[in-house]
Write a protein that binds this ligand. Structure first.
Ligand code: PMP
Length: 459
């Protein structure tokens, strides 16, 4: 079927969407009186909807995903060629792109060794939690089964991963949740919880306090975003990560780093944790792995973690008894291979560092001008501007006005995002995460739109 649609077809598409599609993260009441936005085409950083309107995408497909930009024919060609050769086989057998991508990925992750494939960030994290639970069962006589998670972090939509949601609004009404998940404080210095000069180390010490409170013999792992995404674009303060690593080692707690957003170049290094010189035990990733050209996620472990599952071949329960049906689809790893080649050949990590600096520079200039910008944060092309009603008290700007800034940018043809809705204190940070191919003109156009929107809405 060709998707070359004429205007009549496009009107039909919008009607079909309105009648039958249940959109993610959406209240549907507004669609009773207004058409939903339905995108038709993308090229580079640009998108077109059914009305032919053009947008500059400042958020890589809405949720930090399309790292190499839209319309990459080389990825589509690689997927096509692979699918006609072999589309799928699941279970205990391997396939060619899965082996080759695992090898390339591990080259970018010194200290890591094994890649376990699935299809979404939630799944990748859920697999990591299951590994921790099985390690507890096999190695620690059922103890060390608890997993710590951090306030404001987010790890997915399944019941297991929602049990580790540091964003209450996401988890509310879907409980009850399984036991054994324990929250630790966030590390956002702008909203400081401790009046100290070594904030990073103090915030990390809160993790040790939780381990000691729970009992080190009961805590198996901690899961952390290297830089928190939807919970407020939180770049950890100096000293935080090295202290976290030290605490994990001291108490035999496995370190799971959730790179679902930061992975594959978003922050200017292959992985976010690589800014901080830490060595995780398990790393999860999804969105940017194939930039949205195919569904793929990975749970990557050290050889030591892998070894814990293979010491007793005679034990019928002794291996990781998990499968992901579509973890056997070859489209994901073949797209991921080409995605990684593009990042390397087009020097997109270098571009991300340079353009990320440009975003921060522009946002800081806007901060001079607009009192509503309380704080500017970010690393690489992963930046945020926290909006406040009053700089002195840091009272968050109310959600309606934050959303009005986003809507005003959209009216100018620029898509930006804002952090998690409906939770006061978490919903007031504008998010910018353009594709890693962004040019200086693209960046300036995005921040210019924010400038005009703030003047109109929060001026
Ligand atoms: N971890 C983080 C840090 C995320 O931001 C997300 C998704 N926004 C997930 C996990 C879950 O990924 P998915 O939606 O692919 O299940």
């Amino acid at each position: 079927m060709s998707l070359d649609l004429n205007q009549n077809d496009l009107s039909h598409v919008v009607a079909a969407d309105r009648a039958h599609v249940w959109h993610h993260l959406s209240q549907h009441k507004p669609y009773e009186t207004a058409d939903p936005r339905v995108f038709v085409e993308g090229k580079g950083m640009r998108l077109w909807d059914t009305t032919g309107r053009e947008y500059l995408d400042g958020v890589s497909g809405g949720v930090w995903t399309v790292n190499v930009g839209y319309g990459r024919t080389s990825i589509a060609d690689a997927i096509r060629d692979q699918l006609v050769k072999l589309n799928y086989y699941a279970g205990a057998a391997g396939n060619v792109p899965a082996a080759l991508f695992a090898e390339k990925l591990i080259q970018k992750m010194p200290g890591m060794a094994r890649v376990y494939y699935s299809n979404s960030g939630s799944e990748a994290n859920e697999k990591a939690y299951k590994m921790v639970r099985q390690i507890a069962a096999r190695q620690h006589g059922g103890r060390k089964w608890k997993i710590l998670y951090r306030d404001r972090d987010y790890h997915g939509t399944t019941i297991g991963t929602l049990a580790t949601s540091g964003q209450d609004q996401r988890a509310a009404q879907y409980g009850p949740y399984p036991d054994g998940f324990v929250r630790v404080p966030h590390c956002l210095e702008y909203r400081a919880q401790w009046d100290v000069s070594n904030y990073g180390e103090r915030a990390a010490d809160a993790i040790e306090e939780a381990i000691l409170r729970e009992g080190p013999d009961t805590v198996g792992a901690i899961v952390l975003e290297p830089i928190t995404a939807g919970g407020g674009v939180i770049v950890p303060p100096e000293g935080y990560w090295p202290r976290v690593q030290e605490i994990c080692r001291r108490h035999g707690v496995l370190l799971i780093v959730d790179e679902v957003v930061c992975g594959l170049g978003r922050t200017g290094t292959w992985f976010g944790y690589q800014h901080y010189g830490v060595q995780p035990d398990i790393v999860t990733m999804a969105k940017g792995v194939a930039s949205g050209y195919a569904a793929i996620s990975c749970t990557v472990t050290t050889e030591a973690v892998f070894e814990m599952f293979k010491d007793d071949a005679s034990d019928p329960m002794g291996y990781f008894r998990d499968i992901s049906t579509f973890g056997g689809c070859t489209a994901g790893p073949v797209a991921a291979l080409e995605n990684m080649r593009i990042i390397e050949d087009e020097s997109l990590l270098e571009n991300t560092v340079a353009m990320g600096d440009r975003v921060l520079e522009n946002l800081r200039a806007l901060q001079e001008k607009h009192p509503a910008i309380g704080d500017v944060r970010g690393k690489g092309l992963f930046c945020g501007a926290e909006l406040v009603a009053d700089r002195a008290t840091k009272e968050p700007l109310d959600e309606k006005r934050v959303q009005a800034v986003v809507a005003e940018c959209l009216a100018q043809g620029v898509i930006i995002g804002a952090t998690n809705r409906s939770l006061p204190g978490l919903n007031n940070t504008l998010c910018l995460s353009p594709a890693l191919i962004a040019t200086q003109d693209d960046i300036d156009r995005i921040t210019d739109a924010i400038d005009k929107a703030l003047a109109k809405v929060a001026g």
